[in-house]
Design a protein around this ligand. Structure first.
Ligand code: URA
Length: 166
């Protein structure tokens, strides 16, 4: 299935993940499988929910066979749609969840561990002004490496602080 978006399109926070997995492909909803359950818990920990305060989409709208990482060609094909999608939603904060979203949107090859912990000004041709953007670990990585949840928690607190200030 095409898996486009979920959550509140009027939300101040837009999360961009990697690509649909098996559950998402069946249901047509982003982050509705195991990593989505963790994502919802992480959001709830800072008072956010996809029903009210978050809008969720992906870097690629179709499941790569066997859950492999999307190729450069696949992310490039979807990128103009993602850029326009961001401009239509106009969030206050963009959270790039995992390396594929970070590499594609920030257009660099730097690891999540080096990109996280600060904010970037994201721009594209459709945006009248840059949008504050941060990078954090993907929930499926946190399910495989629970030791990194401590760092993800400090990222969440940083996002909360920004939202409280703005
Ligand atoms: N992982 C993602 O990056 N996106 C989804 O929608 C599901 C799992």
């Amino acid at each position: 299935k095409t898996v486009f978006a979920d959550g509140n399109p009027k939300a101040r926070v837009m999360i961009i993940g990697e690509a649909p997995g098996a559950q998402e492909d069946i249901q047509g909803i982003p982050f509705c499988g195991p990593s989505g359950i963790l994502l919802d818990k992480m959001l709830a920990a800072i008072g956010l929910s996809r029903a009210e305060s978050v809008y969720i989409s992906n870097t690629v709208f179709w499941r790569p066979p066997g859950n492999r990482q999307p190729s450069r060609e696949e992310t490039s094909i979807c990128l103009p749609l993602v850029e326009k999608h961001i401009a239509l939603i106009g969030p206050r904060l963009i959270i790039l969840s995992g390396g594929t979203a970070a590499t594609t949107l920030l257009n660099n090859e730097v690891s999540v561990s080096r990109l996280r912990g600060k904010f970037y000004d994201y721009s594209n041709i459709y945006l009248p002004a840059p949008i504050r953007t941060a990078v954090t670990y993907h929930p499926s990585y946190l399910l495989r490496s629970p030791g990194q949840k401590r760092l993800a928690w400090s990222d969440l607190l940083l996002f909360k602080k920004l939202l409280e200030e703005s």
